[in-house]
Design a protein around this ligand. Structure first.
Ligand code: PMP
Length: 427
């Protein structure tokens, strides 16, 4: 009886509450990042957003990109619009090796697996290696998107201190000793050696060697995440860590910052033993990375002056970095300190410890400027008096305006607190 069956069926359709009660344990760790919740506000046109890390595509000639896409579809649409291989397109994998050679990496294209942005590589590597409770060593602070992945696979993140030269070797050794003494199982060190997100700092070559030595001796492998490496403004960037150690480093790369993020093409360069698992994991997520996106990038690299394009991106970001640093000098209080990035997108600011940068967000928004509070970049709630400022997107004029407004908000808060503590002392 169709009607009777219909009634029974509708009873079986679970209520939304029933569905949420059935989530897997890992779903509890799927929470929006602090950056995501800020985006809606930060994207209002009257707000100067120093929050998001979106690449600035104003320097990219769109007609040229349109020509690349049109030519690709007309000449090779049958392949570009078809499914492809789970490992990624062979020609693009060769071009990736040519690009990585700029960072001293000598690699075979057979060791490259192309992924849907390097974010997907991070997810797949974590899926392959992490059991619930396993420890991942992570810079303090670190990339919010990596922390999200690590949380979802129920790992335990242990932060390792950094200074203006990146990871501190002694702090790494101490963390390894402590975790092991407590019976923890360390799987890998995740680090961003160039123009780190969020701190903007870069590890000098000697530090890289020290960190690699410690990891090798401690039998921990390194996941080197390097989306910003070619965006240096001031001086040559040291070779990638993978250039020095091809056995103990998994290298993640991306075209998001050097070409465009919207095509979602990144990659992992992995030791042979890991490659097969990574391809299978990639296939189970997406069957194959987009052939269309890969071949667009591949044609662009083959026919367009991509090195010059990266140079124009660098010029654009350098001008914005300079505007930010100058305005910080002029308008931030003397009690604040900040990093001086030599490339990439970010400046990391540390305020006096009594200032809570999360509580300050509404006042900054009222003053028409947005930033990301420091706690977003730690797994353990640390960093409440820190903040990340991105200079990649707004114009230099808007950056000056936004940083000045933020400086005023912070100074007001410091003097308000000074007034309050003076009052408390009197009472
Ligand atoms: N790693 C770091 C350090 C990043 O900053 C980002 C993006 N902001 C990614 C990985 C992911 O980049 P994509 O997936 O676009 O390659």
């Amino acid at each position: 009886m169709p009607i009777g069956r219909g009634v029974v069926m509708s009873k079986l359709v679970p209520h939304e509450e029933n569905l949420t009660a059935r989530y897997a344990e890992r779903a509890a760790r799927m929470v929006p990042s602090e950056i995501r919740s800020l985006f809606a506000v930060a994207s209002r046109p009257e707000i100067v957003s120093l929050a998001g890390g979106m690449p600035n595509l104003s320097a990219l000639p769109m007609e040229m990109m349109a020509d690349v896409v049109k030519k690709l579809i007309l000449d090779n649409g049958q392949e570009a619009l078809q499914y492809g291989s789970g490992q990624g397109h062979p020609r693009l994998r060769e071009q990736i090796c040519e690009m990585m050679a700029l960072e001293g990496i000598r690699a075979k294209s057979d060791d490259v697996v192309i992924t849907t942005g390097s974010q997907a590589a991070l997810d797949l590597i974590t899926r392959i290696f992490i059991d619930p409770g396993d420890v991942i060593l992570v810079e303090a602070p670190s990339y919010v998107g990596a922390l999200g992945v690590f949380a979802q696979y129920q790992s335990q993140v242990v932060h390792v201190a950094i200074d203006d030269k990146g990871l501190i070797p002694a702090a790494l050794t101490e963390a390894i000793t402590k975790v092991r003494a407590a019976g923890g199982k360390i799987k890998f060190l995740y680090c961003i050696p160039n123009f780190q997100n969020p701190s903007g700092v870069t590890m000098p070559a000697s530090r890289r060697t020290e960190i690699l030595d410690i990891c090798r001796e401690s039998e921990i492998f390194v996941v080197e995440d390097n989306p910003y490496g070619l965006l240096g403004f001031d001086e040559a960037v040291p070779n990638a860590m993978r250039a020095e150690d091809h056995e103990n480093v998994i290298y993640l790369g991306s075209f998001s910052k050097t070409i465009v993020p919207g095509l979602r093409v990144g990659w992992a360069l992995v030791p042979q033993g890991v490659k097969e698992k990574l391809i299978i994991a990639n296939e189970s997520s997406v069957l194959c990375p987009s052939n269309f996106a890969q071949l667009t990038i591949s044609s662009y690299l083959a026919h367009e002056p991509w090195r010059d394009q990266i140079a124009s991106f660098c010029a654009l970001y350098k001008e914005r970095r300079d505007a930010m640093l100058e305005t910080l000098d002029a308008h931030f209080p003397a009690s604040a300190t900040w990093t001086k990035p030599k490339g990439g997108f970010y400046v990391w600011v540390t305020l006096p410890p009594e200032i809570d940068t999360k509580l300050l967000v509404p006042r900054a928004i009222a003053a028409k400027v947005a930033y990301v509070p420091g706690t977003a970049f730690y797994a353990d709630g640390f960093g409440s008096w820190q903040m990340r400022l991105s200079y990649c997107h707004p114009t230099p004029e808007r950056i000056r305006k936004g940083v000045e407004a933020l400086g005023n908000v912070i100074k007001e808060e410091i003097s308000r607190r000074g007034g309050e503590s003076a009052k408390a002392l009197k009472n």
